[in-house]
Write a protein that binds this ligand. Structure first.
Ligand code: ZN
Length: 475
């Protein structure tokens, strides 16, 4: 990248970026083979053919950046990630679901401090930025104030959510379970403290960890509070067959979680339902009619949950976006990897309905939409982000396609889904500021964070008495 002046040193000025292949992801899915874009402070003020943009704006611009052959895309959006679980990467590989939850995750989360959450979110954020993410939705974790501090420092955009449960089946006894009222009160305090902070980059959402740890009172108070605060709700929905069976037994409905949530009028357009793997045709209809957004996390689904009916959801006009889930469910917090997996898994899944895989299912352009415009809708931020258009925030990423992993290239859209790797992402801008430049994270010292994270993770596992058995003949 040829940068004329210091990139972040000229607020109130125009920045012109040109000579790039620009994938806008706008309504017409325009791709400029040789495009230019102009940014004023945090917003895009012009976009078009490079020659036109240069002719009109180069003399007025304080900075002119020639991307010569790079790609420019909207920042990618990760709609389901547990930032406070990053220090738990590798603590629950190849174990069954109950061991995963009761002997690894609950002890880990119940022993976290706010400082752990801060370091964990910094570590996670670094990985997100390297994979081209400019905005994420926290799935519901520990110590939101620690997360907010890290997000503000990194320069990212996020919807942060506390892990919320008011019923404690299987939880460690030391972890006091709060009442529904206490859960709502705690989240309103977080909302008052952090919502719309960090130049508007941080929003606070309400959380429901899962239906099995929620009373009806909590569900309905959460729905009402979200309406009052005009914010979103993030909830794990229909993850495993056992969840549906338990809902049928204890809540008297003829199918699972989604049917019950429909019955109590919990399904609304500000609900982001993570996973939604075990849903039937009727329930897909409920999700579609109520405008619920779904976060599809293909890696975590394959590892622990099962095949989600994503093609059916998209066919029914459900807004499906992409998430990584947390480090103990996936290990790789890369939305680039999730794009690739989403395509492969959903082509392969067609074997169940058609008796053979379907290479035409979920084509590359659908996957790119899931990671951009659908992601923006899922986090209720589509007026500002998700595409490169005049009036939207300048959240964008620069890709170098001239490496062994992407050459030769015949169709840029399919290359972005099937060949792109995180290593091809060179620079990332969020809210008009470069937060990674030439693969260097701008606002924190990456090596320092890695060292802090190793130490914090080891200490936390010790406190939580989590032991990872040795594999093979480790000598
Ligand atoms: Zn999750």
């Amino acid at each position: 990248m040829n940068v004329a002046t210091d990139l972040n040193n000229s607020r109130q000025q125009l920045m012109l970026v040109h000579n790039a292949l620009i994938v806008t992801m706008d309504d017409q899915l325009r791709v400029f083979r040789n495009g230019g874009i102009v940014i004023e402070n945090d917003r895009i003020v012009a976009i078009g053919q490079s020659s036109d943009i240069v002719a009109e704006f180069s003399s007025k611009s304080h900075q002119v950046i020639d991307l010569h052959g790079h790609f420019l895309l909207p920042g990618l959006i990760n709609t389901h990630v547990h930032t406070s679980q990053q220090l738990a990467r590798g603590i629950a590989d190849d174990v069954d679901l109950l061991t995963w939850l009761h002997h690894r995750i609950w002890p880990y989360e119940s022993n976290m401090t706010e400082e752990d959450s801060y370091i964990s979110t910094l570590l996670c954020g670094i990985e997100l930025v390297h994979s081209g993410v400019t905005c994420f939705a926290e799935a519901g974790g520990q110590h939101v104030s620690g997360m907010a501090k890290a997000v503000e420092l990194l320069g990212l955009r996020a919807c942060l959510t506390e892990s919320i449960m008011d019923s404690g089946d299987g939880l460690p006894s030391s972890w006091g379970v709060r009442t529904a009222d206490q859960c709502i009160q705690s989240q309103k305090e977080l909302y008052n403290k952090h919502h719309n902070t960090a130049d508007g980059r941080i929003r606070i959402w309400l959380g429901i960890r899962q239906i099995m740890n929620s009373t009806d009172r909590l569900l309905l108070e959460t729905r009402n509070a979200a309406k009052e605060l005009q914010t979103g709700i993030h909830m794990h929905v229909a993850e495993i067959p056992f969840e549906n069976e338990l809902v049928m037994q204890t809540r008297e409905v003829d199918h699972g979680t989604v049917t019950y949530l429909e019955k109590i009028k919990f399904l609304t357009s500000n609900l982001l339902a993570a996973h939604s793997v075990w849903v039937n045709e009727n329930e897909i209809g409920f999700l579609s009619d109520s405008g619920v957004k779904v976060s599809h996390c293909p890696a975590a689904a394959m590892r622990m949950l099962g095949f989600a009916p994503i093609k059916e959801m998209l066919d029914a006009n459900v807004c499906v976006s992409l998430g990584t889930d947390g480090a103990p469910s996936n290990n790789r917090m890369s939305i680039v990897d999730e794009m690739y997996l989403a395509s492969l898994i959903n082509k392969g899944r067609e074997v169940y309905s058609k008796g053979t895989t379907d290479p035409t299912a979920l084509p590359a352009e659908s996957i790119l939409k899931m990671a951009t415009v659908n992601g923006a809708k899922a986090v209720l931020w589509e007026n500002d982000i998700g595409s490169l258009e005049v009036g939207k925030k300048a959240d964008m990423i620069v890709i170098n396609p001239s490496t062994w992993s992407m050459v030769p290239m015949h169709d840029c859209i399919s290359s972005l889904v099937y060949s792109l790797r995180s290593e091809n992402i060179v620079s990332v801008m969020c809210n008009g500021r470069w937060i990674m430049e030439n693969q260097k994270i701008m606002n924190v010292n990456e090596a320092e964070i890695l060292s802090m994270a190793k130490h914090a993770s080891a200490e936390l596992l010790k406190r939580a008495s989590i032991q990872i058995p040795n594999r093979m003949n480790l000598i």
